[in-house]
Design a protein around this ligand. Structure first.
Ligand code: SAM
Ligand code: SF4
Length: 425
């Protein structure tokens, strides 16, 4: 979501600025920040420390802070970091050009953090700058109404508001005309998307996207398991553009912890959705998010998460140590379980997932798959990099001019996070 928002920041500034090659060369540096975990927030301040010498060498350099840390901390950033010229909240991105002008003209440091008004976002905002490749992100809604006990998103991004389907489709057409072949629709809980004009839901949006000429693949993230419906499962099976992969964050395998997190489902209900979707789409792959060490989580609860990991056999899992966030319900919860007892759990879980991921990758060896070429492999420029419909990353020799095309690849080898193959002509 922040990647998409950063493109939007570029778009708002593209009339007056061009992207710089490095922070040393820049006249304006904007940090689009994340506050989902404490570590992300700490990174902002350590980066600001690194910008100090830049500012000393170039006094006209402007440094701005946007995103969730800006929304949460506001004026406190100005007092804590003298190098910062301006702070703008998650609902103030459209004011950016004016804000920069104000700072340059009047020389005063500025903090502009508006409270969420819950209004439907309109696209008088410029379109995202030209996408860089064959794939692109597209935000369909902002905010979240779920208030999971650990999560700061509703506090820094505001109430859930969906964009108009007509505007989403316009943006998708713009992207496809620019050469995009795969779009990932973004929202904190895409399942509860509804068009503010017509009330039509997420499946109806997918059906409209399916009709766009030139769009080969459609993905979406994130689906909240409690709202993942049978209707959506059938749409995934029936719509030819929708890829056979779903990111379905489970967070924990213990029902006691899930209830404390206020997730609104049990591990059995979650598994039923996994099983139903696998029945409809046998080649579907699942990825997930896990939080380890939630307040009150005992070893037995953690074992349930480990069991669930094995039962689902995820392609990949993004796992995090619980991080108390200001203003959330979980930050105020007592934790009778010693932090030292919990410390080894995260690496233990990551080891297990690495094994599962390696097995799933190995399973793919020998198969022939359709790959959308996304560009050259960043580490080995003689190889191309792409993705299968069900989300495996594939590297193979080929001409970079194939970027944006669908090719057939025979998989010959597996590595930790990708597969290696040869194109089939
Ligand atoms: N909306 C998505 C959902 O409901 O699953 C997730 C959005 S959140 C931006 C991404 C992930 O960050 C979550 O799935 C969760 O695993 C993790 N996360 C959120 N708050 C956290 C916290 N306080 N500590 C650790 N991880 C957290
Ligand atoms: Fe955070 Fe996702 Fe829960 Fe919303 S649904 S509160 S974004 S974890």
């Amino acid at each position: 979501m922040n990647v998409y928002d950063t493109e939007k920041i570029y778009a708002f500034l593209q009339d007056s600025y061009v992207p710089a090659a490095s922070s040393e060369e820049a006249d304006v540096i904007i940090l689009n920040t994340c506050s989902i975990r404490e570590k992300a927030e700490q990174k902002v301040y350590s980066l600001l420390g690194r910008f100090k010498p830049l500012k000393a060498a170039k006094p006209n350099l402007l440094i701005g802070i946007g995103g969730c840390v800006a929304q949460q901390e506001g004026e406190r950033i100005l007092s804590r970091s003298p190098v910062v010229d301006f702070v703008f909240g998650t609902h103030n991105v459209d004011e950016l050009p004016l804000l920069l002008e104000e700072r340059i003209r009047y020389g005063k440091r500025i903090c502009r953090v508006r409270e969420d008004t819950g209004t439907v976002p309109t696209s008088d905002a410029p379109r995202v700058m030209g996408p860089k490749g064959a794939t692109s992100l597209l935000t369909i809604m902002k905010g979240c109404d779920n208030y999971c006990a650990y999560c700061v998103v509703p506090l820094v991004r505001g109430r859930e508001v969906s964009r108009r389907a007509t505007e989403i489709l316009d943006e998708a057409v713009f992207l496809v005309e620019k050469g995009v072949r795969e779009i990932t629709l973004l929202g904190q809980n895409v399942n509860s998307y509804h068009d503010p004009d017509t009330g039509a839901g997420f499946v109806s949006l997918l059906e409209s996207m399916e009709l766009l000429p030139g769009l080969e693949r459609l993905r979406f993230v994130t689906s909240h398991p409690k709202d993942f419906s049978a209707e959506l499962a059938h749409a995934m099976a029936d719509l030819s553009t929708v890829c056979e992969h779903i990111h379905l964050p489970v967070q924990a395998g213990s029902d006691r912890v899930l209830a404390a997190m206020k997730r609104g489902y049990t591990s059995r209900q979650y598994m039923e959705k996994i099983e139903a979707l696998t029945k409809l789409i046998p080649e579907v792959e699942f990825t997930t998010d896990i939080i380890v060490g939630f307040p009150g989580e005992e070893r037995e609860d953690f074992e349930h998460t480990m069991d669930l990991l094995k039962e689902v056999s995820y392609q990949n899992a993004f796992s995090f140590r619980f991080s108390p966030r200001p203003g959330t319900a979980a930050a105020a919860m007592e934790d009778p379980v010693d932090a030292e007892v919990k410390r080894p759990w995260l690496p233990e879980l990551q080891d297990l997932q690495n094994q599962i991921t390696a097995e799933r990758h190995l399973n793919m060896v020998g198969r022939e798959v359709e790959v959308l070429v996304e560009g050259v492999d960043k580490k080995k420029s003689d190889l191309l990099e792409g993705r299968t419909r069900n989300n495996y990353i594939v590297h193979f020799p080929g001409d970079p001019a194939l970027t944006g095309q669908l090719v057939r690849v025979k998989l010959a080898n597996s590595r930790t996070i990708h597969l290696i193959g040869e194109m089939v002509h």
